[in-house]
Design a protein around this ligand. Structure first.
Ligand code: GLA
Length: 401
């Protein structure tokens, strides 16, 4: 996590001015539903290379993930080499030929993503795009890149703090301008490239992200493969519902499903809640060594369908009682998804929780499908529900009364 403070939006006027001109362009872009794919950072971090990306692409197909909707194979930080005398950024020795790699990924019917920073250096200290935005965007397009994650990193120290040391509002304007610059540079290439902002939610990015042509924006600091991190990020999504829509999405960070020591219940809950949030589903695990139960979670069609619902409405937090939280999402055709999540850590606690249908705008005696078991349930008002620690009940009501 790089920043914790949230500043008042300083650039809304600027954002509004350019929003009108970009709306039609956004509508034509990709990401009409939240992007799905895989990213190298959460598991491999700096150990990503050409071979690993090819293996990930192969495995997305072999595991059935492609058939389930995963498309993007995204290279995160540490692919960058040095710039030559013409400013051309070369790859480092881990990526001998980026165009050939992109061709390989495309030959599998998949898309490829890359990573950079508006600063002079990326977060891992590699070469950023500062001063070379158009040149880099053009190169990405020539390589056949389909997705760019653009990570603030050193832009904060090197530009924001340097040029406007005591003026937060001016710093935010500089940040906005940097993201706007790359958004325009990508657009100028004529290639549809999904534009993913990574500046940890600063300055209420959800309010101005669409105006810089962004398709998604991180709303928080970095995720970690621990329940507390996942739950913290989930909690920070309350109140952001209205900012997600086809073409532009809140991004609570990439998936940790299958990573660290997350229990199966935690993996299920993490995946379910990211689907409820209409979050990008970017797996971040070691695909060639994926356990069958993790593959089952990542490829669960019914849950993916919640994430990818064409209405594009992110879930709302409704209420909590004891250790249980209830979230609800409106789906196409009047259907609803309801998540009941035991966020408590006490595995021995009994949870005398009763579902209050009125709080969900429901009248009682609803037929719902439990999306993890496939069982059909009759929901009645005040019905007791028991869940283990960090486990979830994810329900779909096709025809609410
Ligand atoms: C930041 C981002 C991460 C990852 C790393 C790479 O921390 O938030 O998602 O991209 O940089 O250095």
């Amino acid at each position: 996590m790089y920043f914790s403070a949230r500043l008042q939006p300083a650039i809304l006027a600027l954002a509004a001015a350019s929003l009108a001109t970009t709306t039609s362009a956004i509508a034509q872009q990709a990401a009409q539903t939240p992007p799905m794919g895989w990213n190298s950072w959460n598991y491999f971090a700096r150990n990503v290379d050409d071979k690993g990306i090819r293996a990930a692409a192969d495995q997305i197909i072999a595991s059935g993930m492609k058939d389930a909707g995963y498309v993007y194979v995204n290279i995160d930080d540490t692919w960058e080499g040095k710039r030559d005398e013409n400013g051309v950024l070369h790859t480092n020795e881990k990526f001998p030929d980026m165009k050939a790699l992109a061709d390989y990924v495309h030959s599998k019917g998949l898309k490829i993503g890359i990573y950079s920073s508006p600063g002079p250096k990326t977060c891992a200290g590699f070469e950023g795009s500062l001063g070379h935005e158009e040149q880099d965007a053009k190169m990405y397009a020539e390589w056949g890149i389909d997705y760019l994650k653009y990570d603030l990193c050193s832009f904060r120290q090197a530009v924001m703090q340097k040029e406007a040391p005591d003026d937060k509002a001016a710093q935010m304007r500089l940040m906005f301008a940097a993201y706007d610059k790359m958004g325009k540079a990508l657009k100028a290439t004529g290639r549809p490239i999904v534009y993913s902002l990574c500046q940890y939610g600063w300055d209420n990015v959800w309010e101005w992200g669409p105006s810089v042509n962004a398709n998604l924006w991180r709303t928080t600091g970095d995720i970690q493969a621990r329940w507390q991190s996942i739950y913290d990020l989930l909690s920070q999504q309350k109140g952001l519902t209205s900012y997600a829509a086809p073409g532009h999405w809140n991004d609570p960070d990439m998936l940790e499903v299958g990573n660290g020591k997350l229990s199966l219940a935690e993996n299920r809950s993490h995946f379910s809640m990211w689907a409820m949030l209409a979050a990008p589903l970017l797996a971040g695990n070691d695909l060639p060594n994926m356990k069958p139960e993790i593959k089952d979670i990542l490829t669960r069609r019914e849950i993916i369908a919640i994430d990818q619902d064409p209405l594009g409405k992110q879930a709302r937090y409704i209420y909590s009682s004891g250790q249980m939280e209830v979230w609800q999402r409106d789906l196409q055709g009047g259907a609803k998804a309801i998540a009941i999540l035991n966020v408590g850590s006490d595995v021995n606690a009994t949870h005398p929780f009763r579902l209050e249908l009125a709080k969900l705008g429901l009248t009682g005696h609803e037929r719902a499908t439990d999306l993890w078991t496939g069982k059909v349930l009759e929901l009645t008002d005040h019905m007791p529900i028991e869940l283990g620690s960090h486990d979830i009940l994810l329900l779909r009501i096709a025809e609410p009364r």
